[in-house]
Design a protein. Structure first.
Length: 250
């Protein structure tokens, strides 16, 4: 009887796990067209296109990404353009983009693109808890092998301040001092993100609703300033700050 009970439980857990993976597979298929590359295009360069990070659609012509993904300047003499790469494969559609809003404190930016409207991802209103499982889709190795989105998943391992007080004043830099004046919480993940993942949506595996934006560079400048070598920890900026930025356009 005990053996039969154990087998029944194992079978149930196996079916539950398979169901969860099936839900994620359906979600990935649904949201992939809304995940885009963000970069620059210069017809005089080789290669002409340069993928700097990931973005995702939040309005018919509106793309969200990290502010640090946007180049500080463009080569005007060579007519270099800020662009968004739509689709996948070796010949994605290139859309001209313009920066319409940014928030340096939370490292967020909004781009407006030209052309046909794209389907937006939904932004979650759900409370996020430690231990919950989420997924993120982006371009971790850039476009070296073509524009093919990659999905990772992991749990929220901690909800933690973006910066922690240093042991002494010598360990503080200017960025840390600024953020200590008005700290906010970020999500720490047990999944590994890469530089190209910056700007990727972190979303619910069943619904596809975005709960945060992956951040691979900005957070580490303060969160891990006391470490000699950066850790492999990945972080994400809660979507509430993205909503605020979107509302500032209205």
């Amino acid at each position: 009887m005990k053996l039969a009970f154990i087998i029944a439980i194992a079978s149930f857990l196996s079916m539950f796990s398979a169901g969860a993976l099936s839900d994620l597979a359906d979600t990935i298929e649904r949201i992939k067209p809304s995940v885009v590359g963000v970069g620059t295009y210069n017809k005089l360069n080789s290669p002409r296109a340069n993928l700097r990070g990931t973005g995702f659609v939040v309005g018919p012509h509106l793309i969200a990404t990290n502010a640090h993904v946007i180049p500080k300047s463009l080569n005007q003499q060579q007519n270099e353009k800020l662009v968004v790469f739509v689709g996948q494969g070796r010949s994605p559609e290139i859309r001209i983009a313009s920066l319409v809003a940014s928030n340096q404190k939370h490292d967020l930016a909004l781009l407006k693109i030209e052309g046909k409207a794209l389907k937006a991802m939904s932004l979650s209103n759900k409370k996020v808890r430690e231990g919950e499982l989420y997924a993120f889709t982006g371009f971790p190795i850039g476009a070296v092998l073509g524009l093919y989105p990659v999905t990772h998943r992991g749990i929220i391992s901690s909800i933690t301040p973006v910066v922690i007080p240093a042991r002494n004043a010598s360990e503080l830099n200017l960025a840390q001092l600024k953020r200590l004046k008005s700290p906010y919480n970020i999500y720490q993940l047990d999944a590994t993100a890469y530089p190209g993942n910056s700007g990727s949506p972190l979303y619910h595996p069943e619904t596809g609703a975005v709960i945060a934006i992956i951040n691979k560079v900005f957070v580490k400048t303060t969160k891990e300033a006391v470490l000699a070598d950066p850790s492999a920890i990945s972080y994400a900026i809660p979507v509430t700050y993205l909503k605020q930025l979107i509302n500032s356009l209205k």
